[in-house]
Ligand binder design. Structure first.
Ligand code: FES
Length: 106
């Protein structure tokens, strides 16, 4: 696995991201939907597995699921699992932080 730095510090991540507001980042050509929620960061595949909409245009509900803006499919941010098993799970990407920054694992 390759770790790619996406923020120089956790403080920068918290400044740049809005709670429960999905954000698109492109890391080495891979589109990732990044979410800050309850002091955690989650990174999942950006492309909805139902019909390809960008999940970063969606929202996050009270269950911690990213909700696709197109047809409302819901995906668990930790596991990538679609709530009703109507589409395949999203790829999830690990995140780590240390004194050198915040990294996404590809
Ligand atoms: S494209 Fe996402 S729910 Fe249909």
């Amino acid at each position: 696995m390759e770790w790619i730095k996406v923020f120089s510090s956790i403080e920068e991540a918290h400044l740049r991201l809005t709670e429960n507001a999905p954000q698109l980042i492109v890391v080495h050509g891979v589109s990732i939907c990044l979410v800050k929620r309850e002091n955690n960061l989650f990174a999942v595949e950006n492309k909805c597995t139902h019909n390809g909409e960008s999940l970063s245009k969606g929202s996050v509900n009270f269950l911690g699921e990213v909700v696709c803006p197109w047809h409302g499919y819901r995906f668990n941010l930790k596991t990538g699992r679609e709530s009703n098993e109507r589409a395949r799970d999203l790829i999830t990407y690990p995140i780590k932080q240390n004194e050198e920054g915040v990294f996404v694992g590809l």
